[in-house]
Design a protein around this ligand. Structure first.
Ligand code: GAL
Length: 703
C-alpha cells in the first residue's frame, strides 16, 4: 500500500500542473451567456483532428451555411493536445477556433479526459479500470480509466489546467463540456483498487464504526458481519453466488455517484480558476438514468446538459415509435435536467441513423426536426447535434452526421437542422421572452418528485421482475402531458409550494421531515398524489417496525393491508367509475379511514371489491393515493384528470405522444403519434409555422 502511495505521489509530481492563474470573476447574470432573446442556440460537434487541415476552412464555412451558431470541439482529443507527456500542441485547435470565429460561430470546448493517450496508460497502468468480471481494461476504446485513481486525477489536472490557462479568458469560447457521458459504459462502477479504497473510506466516514455499518446493512443475517472497513468490497453481482445485500448495493451506488460528481467538480474547479463565470461549464449527462446522478452537480454547473438518441432500434411506443422515439421519455429527461438549476441544453442530439443500437433504423422523415422542436418546447437553452461529418473509419463510421461521407452534402438530418435554424430566427422575431404561462395552463402546473436513490433502491429489490420503475414514473408524466399540464421533474430540495399539484410516484424511501413537508404542502392548499410503494422504507432501505408504510398512513387517511403482484399471463382488473383497467405488477389493498373516499376498486382476484385508490381533503388541499400500477397507463391518465377536475382545473385530453407546450409567448405542438392530430389553436391565434392539423412527426407553432 505504501508503495502504491509513493507511486501515486511520484505521478502527481510528474503530472501536476505548474502555477494556476487566479482569474475569479463575479458570476454575471445567466442572460449574459444565454441571452433570453436568442431563445435557444443551435450547434454541432466537429472533430478537426480527424480531418485534413485543408478541409477545416471549408467545413467551418459549411457549418455556418447550415445555420449553426456554435461549434463543439476538442472532445476526446487528448492524444492531439498532449502528444507526449508534458508536450502540448494546441496549434490545430487555435486554428479551428480562429476559423469558427471568422464565421461568427461560438465555440464550445471540452476536456478530453474520457480518452487517455497510450503513453499515459502505458506509463501508469494502475489507472486502468477493472470491470465486474475482474478484467483490467486496455487501450483501444474510451472511458477505460478510473477517476478514483489519484494518479489519473493528477494527469487530468495537468491537461485541464493547460486548457484553462490557454482558453479560459478567450472571448471566442462560449462554454465547456467536461469529459463525456460519465459512466463506464455499462461496466459501472469500476472495481479497481483505488475505487475499493475510496469506497471503504466513504463508508468509514458515513458510519464511524463497523458496528453501525453492520446494523444499517442488516448484517446479522447469513453471518454477513464485518470486523473492519477494509474487509468490505464493492458489491459485484458476478462474485455472489446468492442474493446480494440491498443496503450494501445502495451504499455502493451512492458512493459511485458521489465519486463521479466529485470528479466532475474537481475538473470544474480547475477551469473556474481561469474562466470564473464568463464561460459556462457543464457535462453531457446520459439521457434519463444511469449510475451517475446529475442532481449531485447542480451547483457546480451553470447549465445542465444531456445527450439524446431517441431512435436506435428500441421498441418504442406505437407502430412508428421505432422511427419517431417516445415523446414522454425525452420530455421527462428535459423536465428533470431543466428543473435542477433552471438552465438546460441538449449537448448531443441524434442527427439521423446511429451505429450502436442492436438495430439502427432510419428515423421517420421529419423526426430530427421534431426532436429539436420538442427540446425547444421543453425550455432548452441550446441544442447541439452529434456530429457534423459522418466518419469514414473507426467505431462510429455508420453514424450519420449533418453531412454524409463526402463531407459536403447535407443528410436528411442536416436539412432538418438547417430548417430548424431558419425557424429559430423566425421564432425569435415573434417570441416574448419570459412571458408568463397563460392562467389556464399555469393552473395545471405539476411537479413530479424524482430521486435516483429511490430508483436504485426499488430496482435492487423489485419484488416482481416485471415491475418497471421508470415506466411507472412515465405513466404519470404521460398522464400530465395528455391533460395539457406544464411539468417539472424535481428533486426533494425544491420548494413544493410553487406547484398546485405534486406527484410522488413510488417514492419508496422517506423520513419524517419529508412526510411533514408533504403534509404542510397539502394543508396549505396543494394537491398531492402518492402512488404504490411510497413510504415503504426508511432512507437506509429498511422496512418500518410497524404497519406497512407507517409514516404516510395518517397523511393518506388509509391503511395498506397488503399488496399483490401477478405472474404472467395473469392480469387483475380494477375499475374507476365506468372504466375498467388491467394491472399485473403491483396492487396495494387499501382500507380507507372515515373521511377518505375510494376512487378505484379491484373487481377480481382474492379481494374483489377491495379499494385500489383513495382521496381525502386535508386542510386546504387534498391527498390522493393510487395503490395500483396499471398495464397501459390509462388508469393513471383517468385518475390524474379526476384529480384536476376535483380541484376545479380544466384539462385537455390529448392522446399519448401529442404534446402542446408554452414557451416565451409561443405555443408548440409536437406529434409523435402515428396519426395526424388537430392542434387546439384558438381562432385569433397566428400560426408561425406548421398547419392546424399536425402531421406525423409534424410541429406547429402559434402565438
Ligand atoms: C454518445 C457519446 C458520443 C458518441 C455518440 C454516438 O453516447 O457520448 O461520444 O459516441 O453516443 O451516438
Amino acid at each position: 500500500m505504501k508503495q502504491n502511495l509513493l507511486r501515486a505521489l511520484g505521478a502527481f509530481a510528474l503530472c501536476s500542473a505548474a502555477s494556476v492563474m487566479p482569474a475569479q470573476t463575479a458570476a454575471p447574470s445567466d442572460s449574459f451567456r444565454f441571452p433570453p432573446a436568442d431563445l435557444m442556440n443551435i450547434g454541432v460537434y466537429y472533430y478537426p483532428e480527424a480531418w485534413p487541415a485543408s478541409q477545416w476552412s471549408r467545413d467551418m464555412a459549411n457549418i455556418k451555411k447550415l445555420g449553426m451558431e456554435f461549434v463543439h470541439m476538442g472532445e476526446f482529443a487528448w492524444a492531439f493536445m498532449e502528444p507526449t507527456e508534458g508536450n502540448f500542441d494546441f496549434a490545430w485547435l487555435d486554428k479551428n477556433i480562429e476559423l469558427a470565429a471568422a464565421q461568427g460561430l461560438k465555440v464550445v470546448l471540452c476536456t478530453p479526459t474520457p480518452a487517455p493517450p497510450i503513453w499515459l496508460t502505458e506509463k501508469h497502468p494502475e489507472v486502468l479500470m477493472i470491470d465486474a468480471a475482474g478484467r483490467t481494461q486496455v487501450h483501444g476504446t474510451r472511458q477505460h480509466a478510473t477517476w478514483s485513481s489519484e494518479v489519473y486525477r493528477a494527469c487530468v489536472a495537468k491537461i485541464v489546467n493547460e486548457l484553462g490557462r490557454r482558453y479560459g479568458q478567450d472571448k471566442r469560447v462560449w462554454g465547456w463540456q467536461l469529459d463525456n457521458e460519465l459512466t463506464h459504459y455499462g461496466k459501472e462502477p469500476d472495481f479497481s483498487e483505488p475505487s475499493q479504497k475510496k469506497f471503504q473510506a466513504w463508508l468509514q466516514k458515513k458510519y464511524g464504526t463497523i458496528d453501525a455499518l453492520n446494523r444499517d446493512w442488516g448484517n446479522a443475517f447469513w453471518s454477513q458481519m464485518y470486523q473492519r472497513f477494509d474487509q468490505v468490497r464493492l458489491p459485484n453481482e458476478k462474485e455472489f453466488v446468492a442474493q446480494f445485500n440491498p443496503h450494501q448495493m445502495l451504499d455502493s451506488q451512492r458512493w459511485f455517484a458521489e465519486e463521479t460528481a466529485d470528479y466532475l467538480r474537481f475538473q470544474a474547479d480547475i477551469l473556474r480558476k481561469y474562466c470564473g463565470h464568463t464561460q459556462w461549464i457543464t457535462t453531457n449527462h446520459i439521457h434519463n438514468f444511469s449510475a451517475v446522478n446529475p442532481a449531485l452537480n447542480t451547483h457546480d454547473f451553470d447549465v445542465v446538459s444531456w445527450t439524446l438518441y431517441p431512435v436506435h432500434g428500441n421498441a418504442n411506443r406505437g407502430p412508428l415509435g421505432f422511427r419517431l422515439g417516445d415523446s414522454a421519455t425525452l420530455t421527462f429527461a428535459a423536465d428533470f435536467m431543466r428543473s435542477l438549476n433552471g438552465q438546460a441544453g441538449i449537448m448531443e442530439l441524434q442527427p439521423g441513423q446511429v451505429n450502436w443500437g442492436e438495430v439502427n433504423p432510419q428515423p421517420y422523415p421529419g423526426a430530427v426536426h421534431l426532436w429539436i422542436m420538442r427540446a425547444f418546447a421543453a425550455g432548452s437553452k441550446f441544442v447541439c447535434t452529434y456530429r457534423y461529418r459522418q466518419p469514414l473509419s473507426g467505431a462510429e463510421m455508420y453514424h450519420y452526421g449533418l453531412v454524409g461521407p463526402d463531407g459536403i452534402t447535407p443528410t436528411t438530418g442536416g436539412e432538418q437542422y438547417a430548417q430548424a435554424a431558419r425557424e429559430l430566427v423566425q421564432l425569435r422575431a415573434a417570441a416574448t421572452p419570459g412571458a408568463p404561462l397563460p392562467p389556464a395552463y399555469a393552473a395545471r402546473r405539476t411537479a413530479i418528485l424524482y430521486s435516483y436513490e429511490v430508483r436504485w433502491d426499488i430496482d435492487n429489490h423489485k419484488q416482481n421482475k416485471a415491475w418497471d420503475t421508470y415506466e411507472h414514473l412515465l405513466k404519470y408524466h404521460r398522464a400530465l402531458t395528455r391533460a395539457g399540464a406544464p411539468i417539472d421533474v424535481i428533486t426533494e430540495d425544491k420548494d413544493f409550494s410553487a406547484y398546485p399539484f405534486l406527484i410522488a410516484p413510488a417514492y419508496q424511501l422517506v423520513d419524517a421531515p419529508l412526510v411533514a413537508r408533504w403534509k404542510t404542502y397539502v394543508e396549505n392548499g396543494g394537491h398531492l398524489i402518492l402512488t404504490c410503494r411510497t413510504g415503504q422504507k426508511d432512507r437506509r432501505g429498511h422496512l418500518w417496525e410497524g404497519p406497512w408504510a407507517a409514516p404516510i398512513l395518517d397523511l393518506i387517511g388509509a391503511k395498506i393491508k397488503s399488496y399483490d403482484t401477478l405472474p404472467a399471463p395473469n392480469v387483475g382488473h380494477v375499475s374507476v367509475g365506468e372504466q375498467s383497467h388491467t394491472w399485473a405488477t403491483w396492487a396495494d389493498l387499501l382500507e380507507p379511514s372515515n373521511g377518505t373516499t375510494a376512487i378505484a376498486n379491484y373487481t377480481d382476484q382474492l379481494y374483489a371489491g377491495g379499494v385500489a385508490a383513495t382521496t381525502r381533503q386535508l386542510g386546504k388541499g387534498s391527498v390522493t393515493y393510487i395503490g395500483v400500477d396499471s398495464q397501459d397507463g390509462e388508469l393513471e391518465a383517468q385518475l390524474v384528470r379526476g384529480e384536476f377536475s376535483r380541484a376545479g382545473v380544466t384539462t385537455e385530453n390529448f392522446p399519448d405522444g401529442f404534446a402542446v407546450a408554452f414557451r416565451d409567448g409561443l405555443w408548440i405542438a409536437t406529434n409523435f403519434t402515428a396519426n395526424p392530430m388537430a392542434a387546439p389553436i384558438p381562432a385569433q391565434a397566428k400560426i408561425l409555422f406548421g398547419t392546424a392539423t399536425v402531421p406525423i412527426a409534424g410541429v406547429t407553432v402559434w402565438r
